[in-house]
Design a protein around this ligand. Structure first.
Ligand SMILES: NC(=O)c1ccc[n+]([C@@H]2O[C@H](COP(=O)([O-])OP(=O)(O)OC[C@H]3O[C@@H](n4cnc5c(N)ncnc54)[C@H](O)[C@@H]3O)[C@@H](O)[C@H]2O)c1
Ligand SMILES: O=C/C=C/C=C(\O)C(=O)O
Length: 504
């Protein structure tokens, strides 16, 4: 029996007995849903039960998807911008109309709390289409009036054409958000797309294909190929001679593999990769705001956000007090059923990923960490013990060259280190091969600007975290990625400019 009650605009289901429906997740090629030659299982990270069979696309199906995308490209790119972006608004409307289906699917795949999926993942899935539809309609065109030696002038302008057929390969942590963060601008700027969601979280990509089909998106414009990376749909795409560009979000090592795969074709890539993000807490910070903010930036989505904080540096006068306050918040986090509105942290995305996170819990001990909070696996005494839950964890006492300080864990864990001077804090935060995000907590805004600018990252927040304006450049440097997306930065990746110069 499922007990449900409605609160505000959402229906909350607190499962007392799991639904036994095992969904069939199929590919979407040239406007038709297709089985794969083989299927693979998707299990719930909450209680381990089988929740879907996923149809793996074969190489022939990826080939047909690419061919269909090429056939659809001229008409799609040739649509008036208003007509093309109307299709994006229809996709946004479809996601909104099927909000609960997307909510259930995303939570079923990831185990993330309904409070997070209902406020972040699904709304951003629709918002990404709306924002890029608006942008495509309003972006200016780069042009210059050029003085010429004969005293007259020339007009120079950058005429932008779509890249062509774009491969979108996305990760499992914010599945719908990060898929649509790439699909929306690719479509808005006239490209056609093959999307390859993570094998770990295939459900909302399948729903997106359903919404596209229901909305009458022309066949071949948006295609879906389920599968894995190596020797599966991911690699079939990155090595495909007729895919014109790859936009990828995922691990840095995978980014390197994809770079090698596209190299023979010298194709453009947009990479949003891993991170080992720092938070700097100065003694003059609003203490409670900093504790709240760092609690959120460390433990949100069970620490499975590329922007999450895994290194916290605290000015020494408040260090002990801050560690104690953060540990108290970690221990108080409500770890529970994803559909319970009171749940603040769900499980990790899979048992396999939990093994990786637990290996770092063990490594930290071996490297000499003091485990201030957590460090293990919660025991519920119910079906959740078959899931992938871990305790929110805080370490101190590690040397800055420890592997747990240098390597991305991608779980609900951070290490806290004291510092004495601003220069030391900046040096410590920047001592990483990653370069994605940082957060600075201080009430001295002159220092806030100065320290944020000194961070070798793509995104630096001051007295906030994960506050997003979708027009801003998003991405990182070093092991955290290549390029930026967001606003006009997406235009620059998903289009090729021709500079036209006309003598007047
Ligand atoms: N910078 C960002 O914006 C951002 C956002 C989210 C996640 N991430 C990073 O992603 C990682 C977690 O996601 P993940 O585990 O899904 O990443 P992952 O690299 O394991 O997989 C990402 C996607 O790539 C595919 N893939 C894997 N190997 C491939 C190959 N050789 N060729 C083609 N495709 C391949 C996977 O099937 C999946 O769809 C973390 O490192 C996190 O930091 C970064
Ligand atoms: O896990 C990484 C989160 C990425 C978030 C975005 O790309 C975004 O907010 O647009």
């Amino acid at each position: 029996m499922i007990r449900k009650y409605s609160t505000y605009t959402y229906l909350f289901y607190i499962p007392t007995e799991p639904s036994m429906t095992i969904r069939q997740l199929r590919n979407y090629i040239d406007g038709r849903f297709e089985d794969g030659a083989t299927t693979f299982d998707k299990h719930s990270p909450v209680d381990g039960r089988l929740i879907a069979q996923v149809h793996e696309a074969g190489r022939d199906q990826v080939d047909r998807a690419v061919a269909a995308a090429h056939r659809a490209l001229p008409a799609w790119a040739g649509l008036p911008v208003a007509a093309r972006t109307d299709h994006l608004l229809a996709l946004a409307d479809g996601i909104t109309r099927r909000f609960d289906d997307f909510l259930q699917a995303e939570i079923g795949d990831t185990g993330k709390p309904v409070g997070w999926a209902g406020k972040i993942d699904i709304p951003r899935g629709a918002a990404n289409f709306r924002v890029f539809a608006e942008l495509a309609r309003t972006l200016d065109m780069e042009s210059y009036m050029t003085d010429t030696p004969d005293g007259r002038q020339a007009l120079n302008y950058a005429y932008r054409k779509p890249l062509g057929v774009v491969g979108v390969i996305s990760p499992w942590n914010l599945p719908l958000l990060l898929l649509t963060w790439k699909v929306a601008p690719a479509l808005a700027f006239g490209n056609t797309v093959i999307m390859k969601p993570s094998e770990v979280t295939p459900s909302t990509a399948t729903l997106l294909a359903e919404v596209a089909h229901e909305a009458g998106l022309p066949a071949g414009v948006l295609n879906l190929a389920h599968g894995f990376g190596p020797d599966s749909a991911g690699e079939f795409m990155t090595t495909h001679p007729d895919i014109d560009g790859i936009t990828f979000t995922g691990e840095s090592a995978t980014g390197a593999a994809i770079m090698r795969a596209v190299a023979p074709g010298v194709k453009p890539v947009s990479f949003e990769l891993g991170g080992k993000n720092a938070a700097l807490v100065f003694a003059d910070a609003d203490f409670e705001a900093a504790v709240d903010g760092v609690t959120q930036s460390v433990f949100a989505n069970c620490g499975q956000v590329c922007l999450c904080t895994e290194r916290v540096y605290v000015e020494r006068p408040i260090y002990e007090r801050f560690v104690a306050a953060l540990a108290e918040r970690a221990r108080a986090l409500r770890i529970g059923w994803p559909m319970d509105p009171a749940t603040e942290m769900g499980p990790l995305v899979s048992r396999e990923h939990r093994e990786k996170v637990l290996s770092y819990f063990a490594l930290a001990r071996a490297e000499g960490a003091t485990v201030v909070a957590g460090g293990g696996v919660p025991v519920f005494g119910d079906a959740r013990d078959q899931g992938a839950y871990v305790e929110p964890t805080i370490w101190t006492g590690l040397a800055e060259d420890a592997r747990c300080i240098k390597e991305e864990v991608f779980g609900p864990v951070c290490h806290v280190t004291p510092f004495d001077t601003e220069d030391e804090a900046i040096r410590l935060a920047n001592d990483t091969r990653y370069g994605l995000a940082a957060a600075v907590w201080t009430q001295n805004l002159t220092r806030g600007h100065r320290v944020a600018q000194a961070m070798k990252v793509g995104l630096a927040w001051v007295n906030c975290w994960f506050l997003r304006d979708l027009r801003t450049p998003f991405g990182g440097s070093g092991l955290s990625g290549i390029g930026r997306e967001g606003g006009r930065h997406s235009l620059h990746f998903y289009t090729e400019p021709t500079n036209v110069c006309i003598k007047l």
